[in-house]
Design a protein around this ligand. Structure first.
Ligand code: NPW
Ligand code: ADP
Ligand code: K
Length: 521
């Protein structure tokens, strides 16, 4: 399970190792990992041209020492320093035949541009976990020269806040980040996460406390996936009640049902909103027609808008998902209030989010009396609206806060509402009311297309119905959804995702059951 820690946690973990001899051991471990990565990436070190961007702290020290070791192996290494440099690092570089440009006189823009332009690789050692605030002008100038495809960030892309992921001004964009000891929280949090490229972790022997932010890997997800056993039946595997689709938005129900069926629920009851048909009490809905045509295994009950009694009469379920394709308004609020009055886990998405905000605004304790969790799945815009309606937050401030401290902001919303919050986007976050937090590391920007969120809601609903706890259901659902997207033909369309899930699940389960190296059976 990948973990991410705060800067304070990293500093506390390094302290005992820094206190004992031999001096510099942590830096040399970090440098060994960095050099190994660079050598693997370049293929051939001898003759390679490397530029080191060297800040004045230990991050610059790492990069300069790596430069020295690469120079000793025949690379041509030029270091650009905007200010004072790490004394031992710069001495080692010069002794190995590398060149140092700056700080006095500062490297001219033309020199920096020419060196970086010719470089096979740029090592960004301007700033690591000791950075505070936006990059100073001389650092920012050099950061702007770093070519994203040929830049490797040392520990953290300079200009990205290692704790919060905030990017205040210029920041290096890297094609990869080699980080030391543990993932820093800011590497997993937007907007900083967009600057890292793939993150390579180098073990430097830190003994770390419980992480502040976690992620699941494939093996974790395989272990958490509900798999039927010999005694399972469609009911025992979990029944999901999915309230989705209206005459105005019938397609969202089809997508959510697709996600739910491939999420592994044993039985799916779909409640769609429609008009009353010719006969009294006989509602008809476009969504029901579309769902049944696409997914005959779903059991569909059309209800008149807001008819909570008809919704519950559809039958018992182990979890509910509500929202895709529903138009926010009093009828949806009534349905949601009915569901909150029952005590099954509920996923609330899309058209049910504003109604939830209104219910919370009227009664901030509406979720506190429940023993079963409520998981909300907003994207950023929906999050700003939900927190306005529920908590009175100003949406413009919320946008700023999300950019400044995304995890902290979601934690505050979860604690104040009593809901588990899954904030969608690149690096989806899932945070429960007590603050436990997961970041999703799968997926691609191709997911930013209409309807993909509906698939996710159905998928998470299924996992909840199968008994996966809410936070993990969110994290597992986001992981699978992202893996499906990674396998999609491009450009991806939302309706491709359900069909890709079986391959993802099969691969995960095969990986889990495959013999481990050295394991005989
Ligand atoms: N922890 C570990 O286990 C290990 C850590 N290791 C490495 O150490 C790194 C941390 O090193 P660190 O503490 O020296 O901090 P670092 O990031 O180099 O920055 C300090 C320098 O930056 C400056 N500065 C500050 N803000 C600035 C700004 N906005 N814009 C511009 N400049 C700014 C500040 O200047 P000052 O304020 O003092 O004038 C000072 O010179 C860590 O990321 C990792 O790479 C590994 O070697 C081994 C294991
Ligand atoms: N840039 C991105 N990178 C990765 N995933 C993204 C990105 N943009 C959006 N997504 C994902 O795409 C999905 C979009 O969901 P949502 O906004 O609810 O769409 P819709 O309402 O149209 O179904 C979410 O799972 C989100 O995490
Ligand atoms: K850096």
């Amino acid at each position: 399970m990948p973990n991410a820690h705060t800067v304070d946690q990293v500093r506390a973990a390094e302290a005992p190792l820094l206190a004992g001899p031999p001096p510099g051991i942590l830096m040399q471990r970090a440098v060994s990992g960095l050099v190994a990565y660079v050598a693997r990436r370049l293929g051939r070190v001898h003759g390679a041209r490397i530029v080191v961007l060297a800040g004045g702290g230990d991050n610059g020290g790492d990069a300069l020492w790596a430069g020295a070791r690469l120079a000793a192996r025949g690379a041509r290494v030029d270091a650009l320093a905007p200010g004072r440099t790490h004394p031992e690092g710069s001495a080692a570089l010069l002794a190995a035949g590398g060149r140092l440009h700056g700080p006095d006189p500062a490297p001219a823009d033309e020199v920096a541009r020419a060196l970086v332009g010719e470089a096979d690789l740029v090592l960004d050692g301007l700033l690591g976990i000791g950075g505070r605030g936006g990059l100073r002008p001389a650092h920012a100038r050099l950061a702007a020269f770093a070519p994203p495809r040929r830049t490797v960030a040392v520990d953290v892309p300079s200009g990205v806040d290692a704790d919060t992921g905030e990017v205040a001004g210029e920041a290096v964009r890297a094609s990869a980040t080699v980080t030391f000891g543990t993932h820093k929280r800011g590497l997993w949090l937007m907007p900083g996460a967009a600057h890292t490229g793939p993150v390579e972790l180098v073990d430097i022997g830190l003994v770390l406390p419980e992480p502040d932010l976690r992620a699941l890997d494939d093996a974790d997800v395989a272990a958490l996936l509900p798999v039927p056993g010999a005694a399972s039946s469609k009911y025992r595997r979990g029944v999901l009640g999915l309230v989705a689709g209206s005459d105005a938005y019938p397609g969202a129900a089809v997508l959510a049902v697709g996600g739910a069926l491939r999420g592994g629920a044993g039985y799916l009851r779909v409640i769609t909103e429609g008009r009353l048909g010719a006969a009294p009490g006989d509602p008809h809905s476009r969504a029901a027609d579309l769902v049944l045509r696409a997914h005959p295994e779903a059991v569909v009950t059309p209800i008149a808008p807001g008819d909570g009694t008809a919704m519950l009469a559809a039958g018992r379920v182990q979890a509910w998902a509500i929202g895709p394709g529903l138009a926010p308004g009093p009828p949806v609020r009534d349905l949601l209030a009915t569901l909150l009055g029952a005590d099954e886990p509920v996923v609330v998405d899309a058209g049910a989010l504003d109604p939830l905000g209104e219910l919370l605004g009227a009664d901030p304790a509406v979720l506190r009396g429940r023993s079963a969790p409520v998981l909300v799945t907003p994207h950023e815009g929906e999050f700003a609206r939900l927190t306005r309606l529920a908590l009175g937050w100003d949406p413009r401030t919320t946008d700023t806060e999300l950019a400044r401290d995304r995890l902290g902001t979601v934690r505050r919303a979860a604690a104040a509402t009593g809901a588990t919050v899954l904030l969608k986007g690149a690096r989806t976050l899932v945070v429960d009311p007590a603050g436990a937090a997961w970041a999703n590391l799968t997926g691609s920007a191709w997911l930013g297309s209409a309807g993909t969120g509906d698939v996710l809601t159905g998928l998470i609903g299924s996992l909840l119905a199968a008994g996966v706890p809410a936070t993990l259901a969110g994290a597992v659902g986001a992981h699978l959804h992202g893996r499906a997207a990674e396998r999609a033909a491009l450009p991806l369309a939302a309706s491709d995702l359900p069909d890709l899930l079986p391959r993802v699940v099969t691969e995960l389960l095969d990986g889990e059951t495959a013999p481990k190296p050295g394991h005989c059976r």
